[in-house]
Design a protein around this ligand. Structure first.
Ligand SMILES: *Cc1c(COP(=O)(O)O)cnc(C)c1O
Length: 319
């Protein structure tokens, strides 16, 4: 299974804040790997698609909210690799479809809506049984691609995505925005001695993610999936930059995001990367990192969501 990806560029950020802190800042631009299937969502899908193909499934079924980057990426990847796709969307159908779901349908995805109560059961055998009864033999990928196949794909982000072999060693801290922390777990499993992965929760009350990370790591290490390195995974969780919760924004975040893009030529999405970048810049100003540290900020993509977000913001500002 192959897609033509470009190796994600490693871009240095020349920021006054970083310079004053004596820290080198780099961004790994996973958002530029492919026009449709990019960011961390490709890494989380890769081994799921391979398993589906190996087991001769022809249909993928997965879950997500109406603006989900994962729904978008699954629809596009399914189309590129010849799978039928079914997207189970949380909540009621709203017409006209938003840009994310319009794209999904254009890629051939069949959309199905579940009310919030049923949607909450999405990881239960009972709901999976109901979906199999309704749609036949489908390969089910959890919301966000968040299973051990997803972790496995994410172990390849840092090492394989680096433009030059050995470059991955050059960084002390690898920062990533976290929703389910599957991406963080994969990155943490791929680090070398002395390196640390830092998860920035985009969820309110994100402290619970620490247990999620521990259990993902434990389950992964107990499985027979390959681990790149044997050094114990070193990670940290930062919970202070959720901006009131998932997909919530305020003027400060919007302004930061726009300024950052203008100054450094790196577009950010409001749900994930803007919050992580804001958090890193704030921590730099508060002496969280040491002089001489080298930071890698993983740009996990998600830019497709900005179209829908900007539409919503405009609607609110008119009220
Ligand atoms: C899904 C997503 C994340 C979160 O990934 P997890 O593995 O769920 O923590 C981060 N950034 C972007 C842009 C995403 O779409």
């Amino acid at each position: 299974m192959s897609l033509t990806f470009i190796a994600p560029p490693l871009q240095q950020i020349n920021s006054e804040i970083a310079r004053r802190a004596g820290v080198d800042l780099y961004v790994l631009r996973l958002d530029l790997m492919h026009p449709l299937v990019n960011g961390n969502k490709w890494f989380k899908l890769k081994y799921n698609l391979l398993e589906a193909k190996e087991k001769n499934f022809t249909t993928l079924l997965t879950f997500g909210g109406a603006y989900s980057n994962h729904i978008y990426a699954t629809a596009a990847a399914g189309n590129l690799f010849g799978f039928r796709t079914i997207g189970v969307i949380r909540g009621e159908e709203r017409l006209p479809l938003n840009p994310t779901l319009t794209f999904a349908v254009q890629q051939g995805m069949q959309l199905v809506y579940l009310n919030r109560e049923m949607y909450r059961q999405r990881n239960t055998p009972a709901l999976e049984e109901y979906l199999r009864q309704r749609f036949g033999e489908v390969f089910i990928i959890p919301e966000g691609g968040s299973n051990l196949n997803g972790v496995r794909g994410c172990t390849e982000i840092i090492d394989r995505a680096m433009p030059t072999a050995g470059y991955a060693y050059a960084f002390d801290h690898i920062c990533v925005a976290s929703g389910t922390a599957t991406t963080l777990a994969g990155i943490a499993l791929s680090l070398h001695e002395g390196q640390r992965a830092i998860a920035f929760s985009v969820l309110k009350n994100g402290a619970f993610l620490a247990q999620e990370i521990e259990s993902l790591l434990t389950n992964y290490l107990a499985s027979d999936l390959p681990t790149p390195y044997s050094s114990p995974a070193s990670w940290e969780l930062v919970c202070d930059y959720h901006f009131s919760g998932y997909a919530k924004v305020n003027n400060e975040l919007i302004l930061f995001s726009q300024q950052f893009t203008q100054e450094h030529g790196v577009p950010l999405d409001y749900v994930y990367t803007a919050k992580m970048f804001y958090g890193v810049m704030d921590l730099l100003q508060h002496g969280f990192f040491c002089k001489g540290d080298r930071l890698l900020l993983v740009h996990t993509g998600g830019l497709q969501g900005n179209v829908g977000m900007e539409e919503r913001l405009q609607r609110f500002s008119k009220i």
